[in-house]
Design a protein around this ligand. Structure first.
Ligand code: BGP
Length: 461
């Protein structure tokens, strides 16, 4: 074995409630923004396929967890649907939700698979979105109540918690680039949403520790390493700014408890400083994470702004720099994302050198492919050699960082079985396990079997 990983390395997959549970109108669950938005605009991103049934994990979790075990996984990340636990976002707890999540957690533990729970994965309860969503300080309080309840209910058995998954995505999607509800474009409101997400994370971490819970708590961030087009000072500056806005905006407060100066300067120039309360910044400083989840899909290629932005258009980060396509880049054409495996190494070394070598793991990495049916073999399994290559190359760079002292503890593929996506429903498939939507039948892909060998051998050659 040339690429040897520690015997206690975390191998598994990541998922989220909305994307795999289904049962959106069952078990007492309340509406969330995705249920609502689908009703408004079924074809906008979702190809007419809602998350109502998704991959039906709500009903099939026992067989799915048994399959994870068969494939050798030792960890699994999922999220708790806020509107399943609190149909109105606050108030009455839904007993059926408690039973469901207890069953899932206990089933995982019975199969020697460690549950990792994330609290917020893009799924604001509609009742709270109607009260302003993350723009509202009351919603921050409601989230902390949700978090405390989850810790109290499940904290005795779940040792690894995350406050948010990719909190910058609801900011970008909902308040800048129009791909999440409430689909507005307003930089100042976007900043308030970002600030409240960070604050809510610190408050949840504080609550977790105050309760004397025995495990660890962190956050999951999508990091997009920023590469300048050239070493020209203007390109370097552009790249640093993009890094401050898209990465350090959440990374710095989460790990170091502070905000980057480059970011504050931009907010001040734009008159977009968020509303804060006295004591907030101390609270953020005092409640940093134990563990960082890194979702890595693609880098960001940045160059100096070529032309002045239109002064009448709403301010967007792209007013400060331009993106460019690297000539000869490798692409995932189905998602339109560059594939750059070394990015994972650059992230890990940056964390080692500049973020106190915080314990971390690759919490998402993966390749969505359209039309995988055409790769189906006569024995029924998808021959996804492209996915094997994708994972192997990212693991090689992870291994190299590990050898150089990075504190990386595991690798989770996005995702276990094909699931519903915010951006295209079931168009692109990501799983180790294929799902036939008509029958909900599961079939392990070639990559799922390959990954099992990697886990068994603690690496590969
Ligand atoms: C991440 C999200 C996931 C997942 C994944 C794939 O940003 O955390 O929820 O969906 O990306 O992206 P997509 O489904 O948009 O192709």
């Amino acid at each position: 074995v040339t690429y040897q990983f520690p015997t206690d390395f975390w191998w598994g997959t990541a998922s989220s409630a909305t994307q795999m549970e289904g049962a959106a109108f069952e078990g007492g669950k309340g509406l969330n923004i995705w249920d609502y938005w689908y009703m408004q605009q079924p074809n906008r991103f979702f190809n007419g396929v809602s998350a109502t049934e998704a991959s039906n994990f709500y009903h099939l979790y026992e067989q799915d967890i048994a399959l994870m075990k068969e494939l050798g996984h030792n960890t699994f990340r999922f999220s708790i649907s806020w509107s399943r636990l609190f149909p109105e976002g606050v108030g009455e707890v839904n007993e059926e939700a408690i039973t469901f999540y207890n069953n899932v957690i206990n089933c995982l533990i019975d199969h020697d698979i460690e549950p990792f729970i994330n609290l917020y994965h893009f799924d604001m309860p509609m009742a709270l979105q109607d009260r302003g969503g993350w723009e509202s300080r009351d919603v921050v309080d409601a989230y902390v109540q949700f978090a405390k309840t989850c810790f109290e209910l499940f904290g005795d058995r779940v040792m690894t918690w995350f406050t948010h998954n990719e909190p910058i995505v609801p900011v970008e999607g909902g308040y800048l680039y129009d791909f999440h509800y409430p689909n507005v474009v307003d930089f100042k409101r976007a900043v308030q949403v970002a600030y409240h997400s960070i604050l809510s994370s610190a408050l949840a971490i504080q609550a977790y520790r105050k309760q004397g819970q025995p495990g660890q708590i962190g956050i999951i961030l999508n990091l997009t390493p920023s590469y300048p087009r050239s070493q020209h000072p203007a390109d370097l500056k552009a790249s640093r700014l993009a890094d401050a806005i898209f990465n350090r905006s959440f990374l710095d407060p989460s790990v170091l408890g502070t905000f980057p100066k480059e970011l504050i300067d931009v907010l001040q120039e734009q008159g977009a400083m968020p509303e804060m309360q006295p004591g907030d910044l101390d609270l953020i400083r005092a409640n940093t994470i134990d563990l960082l989840g890194i979702n890595y899909y693609q880098p960001r290629r940045v160059k100096a702004k070529a032309s002045l932005p239109n002064p009448d258009a709403p301010f967007l980060p792209e007013n400060l720099f331009d993106f460019y396509e690297m000539p000869g880049r490798k692409m995932n054409p189905y998602r339109g994302w560059e594939i750059y495996e070394q990015g994972v190494y650059d992230i890990l070394i940056n964390l080692k050198d500049n973020y106190g070598n915080i314990p971390c793991f690759i919490s998402e990495n993966g390749m969505g492919v359209e039309g995988e049916e055409r790769y189906r073999d006569t024995d029924g399994s998808v021959q996804d050699d492209y996915r094997i290559d994708f994972i192997r190359e990212h693991l090689k760079w992870t291994h190299r960082a590990l050898e150089e002292g990075a504190n990386v503890k595991g690798y989770h593929l996005w995702t276990f079985m094909d699931n519903w996506s915010w951006s295209n429903a079931y168009k692109n498939r990501y799983g180790f396990v294929g799902v036939d939507l008509a029958t909900q039948e599961r079939t392990v892909k070639k990559s799922g079997h390959w990954f099992k060998q990697v886990i068994t051998n603690h690496g590969f050659t």
